[in-house]
Design a protein around this ligand. Structure first.
Ligand code: ZN
Length: 235
């Protein structure tokens, strides 16, 4: 198997055109990349399956309302949630699975934890996090992922070109819907319904016991009722 060794321009340009990654304002020396779609009346929903569980409130709403979404899965989430993974795979017109890393280690150098998460620490460890995550996605879906989103969405500056050299695009976002699944449902729904043309929404689908997930489902249905069209990053 030759995973990720021959990414072609066509692979990368075949999906929705995204604007060049903006690197955002550095925070503590780390970058939080901003990704937006080329304005086209569309919004992209991206949901992270960090470690944790499967949130059927969101998943069944997306299927029932025919709202496509890109799911960033970690290898450990897939291992712990075979039924949730099977649900995603059973609805390929709705869910596209992309790479959120193997062990949910932020692609950050050094040894300072981020939001309590131990970081990868070195470029070698970042490579293992990214490639092992990509292998797990390929094993699950039969296709190599095109996109990688680091745990916590923060990157050491050196990590970004390094990850791109491995053949993956960095999946930033422009609208943080739930602040790590920590916000009340009404707040999350309000943030989502404020989405603008070209926004890449980021939220979580791994916390079924947090009320923020109910807000994601409610907000997306309300956004659809406004006439917004949804797309996936790798359409
Ligand atoms: Zn995550």
């Amino acid at each position: 198997m030759c995973l990720l060794c021959t990414p072609t321009r066509r692979d990368f340009l075949g999906g929705v055109l995204a604007l060049p990654l903006a690197l955002g304002t550095p925070r503590h020396g780390l970058l939080e990349p901003v990704l937006r779609l080329t304005p086209s009346g569309q919004v992209a929903v991206t949901l992270d399956a960090c470690p944790g569980h499967f949130d059927p409130r969101i998943a069944t709403t997306l299927v029932a309302h025919n709202i496509p979404a890109t799911i960033f899965v970690t290898a450990i989430w897939m291992k712990w949630n075979p039924a949730g993974l099977a649900y995603f795979l059973a609805h390929p017109a709705i869910f596209a699975l992309e790479n959120h890393g193997a062990r949910h280690l932020p692609p950050v150098l050094g040894n300072k934890p981020i939001y309590g998460l131990p970081v990868a620490g070195s470029l070698d460890a970042i490579r293992a996090e990214v490639i092992d995550g990509a292998v797990a996605v390929q094993e699950a879906t039969g296709k190599p992922p095109l996109w990688y989103r680091g745990a916590a969405g923060l990157y050491s500056p050196e990590a970004i070109p390094f990850i791109e050299s491995l053949g993956l695009r960095i999946a930033g976002y422009s609208l943080n819907a739930d602040q790590g699944a920590s916000l009340p449902a009404a707040t999350v729904a309000k943030r989502i319904t404020a989405a603008r043309d070209g926004d890449v929404i980021e939220g979580h689908i791994n916390q079924p016991k947090h009320e923020s997930g109910a807000g994601i489902a409610e907000g997306l249905v309300a956004l659809q009722a406004q006439g917004v069209q949804f797309t996936r990053l790798s359409a």
